[in-house]
Design a protein around this ligand. Sequence first.
Ligand SMILES: *Cc1c(COP(=O)(O)O)cnc(C)c1O
Length: 427
Amino acid sequence: MNIDSICVQGGYTPGNGEPRQVPIVQSTTFKYERSEDMGKLFDLEASGYFYTRLQNPTNDYVAAKIAQLEGGTAAMLTSSGQAANFYALFNICSCGDHIVSSSAIYGGTFNLIAVTMKRMGIDVTFVNPDATEEELNAAFRENTRAVFGETIANPALTVLDIELYAKCAHAHGVPLIVDNTFPTPVNCRPFEWGADIVTHSTTKYMDGHGAAVGGAIVDSGRFDWMAHADKYPGLCTPDESYHGVIYAERFGKEGAFITKCTTQLMRDLGSIQSPQNAFLLNLGLESLHVRVKRHCENGLAVAEFLSGHEAVEYVNYSSLPGDKYYPLARKYLPGGSCGVVSFGLKGGREAAEIFMKSLKFAAIETHVADARTCCLNPASTTHRQLTDQQLREAGVPGELIRLSCGIEDTNDLIADIAQALDKCEKR
Ligand SMILES: *Cc1c(COP(=O)(O)O)cnc(C)c1O
């Protein structure tokens, strides 16, 4: 199946007389005739369901679709994108370990790694998103266990050189984890460029309607844990909390990561996505390929309009010729990047306020990647915990406006932006 068909039909194939749409299995628990049947599930000797905190059929159908979309071997849903990134990292990093991460990442993820995971004894080195091979290699330590970055960073809109990051990660025997929320697999499939694990905030384009918070983790099935067994004891030595199972042995490269993440982290931390939300997510996925195309058309038209306007100081949009990331976007995002454009007005923060207030289509929201256009000044909202220096490092200077172009009519959007820019100039 091509990706457009996977969006519509992937993951769930009903049998004769079964529901056409993915059924919502609104049940916390599952019935068995004999204890030994359930015992086999607990021993991971049979697959099936016993308690929705670990697994639920609705979630599994939708996770299977996302795995197919990314070209992976296994996937799981989480309650949010935050949970997905935390689980993906914590599944292979413990106290005393170290992560190499691009500094241009989502504010919530930055905080997760820089503050919360640090408190758990996991250290991090943030590298410039444009780091050279030499600079990247210099960031690794003996105890490095993962490399992390975002295909298109939210909100900095930098484009990750996935091949380079993967090369450096693999040279040090660790996997590359890529948050692919902004391009979605419709525009980029990081596994094709060497990434090992992909994460998503499905809250964004995948749901796409501002209806359900959620996350996903996908495994490429290609990282050879056993070849680096000393680094990954959690995958390569017996799990005493699970009857001594050795995940990498029992489930192989294809299944070890997601199985461990489900049986340990989901069991103990419980950040499951509700089956209702998984159903809504699947409705979003059915039109993902159509919407993403439209978001990108609007994004490009708006970026072109802004870059030709005299009130605008600069525009960041990697699909725009002349953008610093245009060469990387040509390589990794040839079909388009996303609907999010960021820019700075000549009048600075004050002009940004007037501009945002004057927009009629765009609501001021912390959200992005929604069918409806929305906008935000990250420095005064999502990134307000960062210092000025961290803001610059994260690529979100104080005056930056992030405009998430929806799927409304292009001319309506541009007319709205034009009138708001007029108000800034007349201030
Ligand atoms: C929003 C976002 C997250 C966090 O996801 P939630 O679903 O809000 O928890 C992580 N990464 C990126 C790139 C995001 O845009």
